[in-house]
Design a protein around this ligand. Structure first.
Ligand code: URP
Ligand code: ZN
Ligand code: ZN
Length: 455
């Protein structure tokens, strides 16, 4: 035995219990009361919560779009993750040049991340028009360790409904999970041209330009396609109460529909677009109302949404400032490092979620959905020793000056935290402790996702 975490409150997806955790090498060796092992390093965790390493199932590090590249690369993004108790991130592989193959883009992305990642990582594969037809390439991606595909209903890389249907049928045959960015393209283009005609294009019009109906229409459309294909579907970054309701209704009808929301949709509102810093809060879909915040918490608590992830896509103040209109301001916000403390402080402490529910939405559910369970996402003998020691008494006010992300700001500036991660272990190695990053570039491993059970 190498390490024993003693006397903490161990939180799993089922319960909270006082127990010790013994770590041998990269794995959890035992969990139970009164564990001893001569020679092991004992760490007193009295009064602390012991959580499984958090999984941020939706991040974009080192993402390039035309000339623009996100502020966080794989190193700074995963450094921020380690400091926030996140031990696995799931990012995206995407083809660049038209001639590039899916498997080629995936191999390149894995190599890029391996050099720099401080925490473990898995990948989703973005599917662009035409790529849904290539069964051999889709199979090859799965063999390389990716079990989820990502489609867009808007942006340049959007797929038609027919193409999404084809991909869903391929995914069903292959046992993969299709994930979808849902905003109805036609509604967005109509809104944009109306706003352009009346000269209302500055970033303060961002939420008006991407209304809730665009999200709900797209969610309903994609759910209908999944039903026809008899395939499961996962909706990313649900921003509205109506969007979550559409998912809840499909689930109530027995369909395998999963939903993800993000801390910014739970905690921030479109009032941010009326401020001078509107650009810093510009992401797609946009922030909504306080009523949407509340409905999202309700649907999360009810289990209609299964995952909270950050959609971490960071741009610096300077990069954001280059955008003059809502449609050319770089879209996205940083979030990985504040995911766990915000969910604890505003989800658990405000009574929306129990501690086991928090572990479900931040660890176990993403691990199960994306083929990483039980290696990741749980505290159990034989699982990777990815562990967070969380201090529920540590108070902190979030401030841009504290962030590890290269964005240089946090959209949650001024938010009070009632609890913070104190130490993070990645496969038995201490990578963050008492405010200090100990993890190193290249320490993170690519974790192959296993496919969902074939029907
Ligand atoms: O604005 C966002 N969300 N940027 C990241 C890309 C995406 O759509 O998820
Ligand atoms: Zn998206
Ligand atoms: Zn995203």
């Amino acid at each position: 035995m190498d390490i024993i975490l003693k006397g903490g409150w161990v939180v799993t997806a089922e319960r909270v219990e006082k127990a010790d955790i013994a770590i041998a090498g990269e794995k959890i060796a035992a969990i139970g009361p009164g564990l001893t092992a001569p020679g092991a390093t004992a760490c007193d965790c009295t009064g602390k919560y012991i959580l499984p390493g958090i999984i941020d199932a939706h991040v974009h590090y080192q993402m390039s779009n035309d000339e623009l590249i996100t502020a966080d690369d794989w190193y700074t993004g995963t450094r921020a993750a380690a400091c926030g108790g996140v031990t696995t991130v799931i990012d995206y592989a995407e083809t660049g040049e038209p001639a590039e193959t899916l498997s080629g883009s995936l191999a390149k992305r894995i190599a890029q991340a391996r050099e720099q990642a401080v925490v473990d990582f898995a990948l989703h594969q973005v599917i662009k028009p035409g790529q849904e037809e290539d069964e051999a390439e889709l199979k090859s991606v799965i063999e390389q360790g990716v079990s989820s595909f990502k489609v867009f209903t808007t942006y340049q890389q959007r797929l038609t409904k027919a193409a999404i249907g084809r991909l869903l049928r391929q995914a069903r045959r292959l046992g993969a999970l299709v994930t979808a960015h849902c905003e109805e393209h036609e509604i967005l283009t109509t809104r944009r041209s109306h706003l352009e005609i009346v000269g209302r294009t500055d970033p303060s019009y961002h939420a008006v330009s991407r209304p809730v109906e665009a999200e709900t229409e797209a969610i309903k459309g994609v759910i209908a396609l999944a039903r026809e294909a008899n395939a499961p579907i996962y909706i990313v970054h649900v921003s509205s109460g109506a969007g979550a309701q559409a998912i809840a209704a499909a689930r109530a009808g027995g369909q395998l529909v999963y939903g993800e929301t993000c801390p910014h949709y739970l905690l921030l509102t479109e009032a941010k677009y009326a401020t001078a810093d509107a650009r810093l809060f510009l992401m797609c879909p946009p922030l909504r109302t306080a009523a949407d915040n509340e409905l999202l918490w309700q649907h999360l608590a009810a289990g209609d949404l299964q995952v909270v992830a950050t959609d971490h896509c960071s741009y610096s103040r300077e990069q954001k400032a280059a955008g003059m209109a809502f449609y050319n301001t770089p879209a996205g916000v940083p979030g990985t490092e504040t995911l766990l403390p915000l969910l604890y402080s505003y989800g658990v402490r405000n009574g929306w979620l129990t501690l086991p529910q928090m572990v479900q939405v931040l660890a176990e559910n993403p691990a199960r959905l994306f083929g990483l369970y039980p290696r990741k996402g749980c505290l159990a003998p034989g699982s990777d020793a990815d562990v967070v020691v969380f201090n529920p008494r540590r108070e902190l006010t979030l401030s841009s000056s504290h962030t590890y992300s290269a964005a240089g700001y946090t959209p949650f500036e001024g938010f009070s935290l009632s609890g913070c991660p104190e130490s993070t272990y990645l496969r038995g190695q201490l990578i963050f402790d008492q405010g200090h990053l100990l993890g190193e570039k290249g320490q993170g491993k690519f974790i192959k996702s296993r496919i969902l059970q074939k029907k």
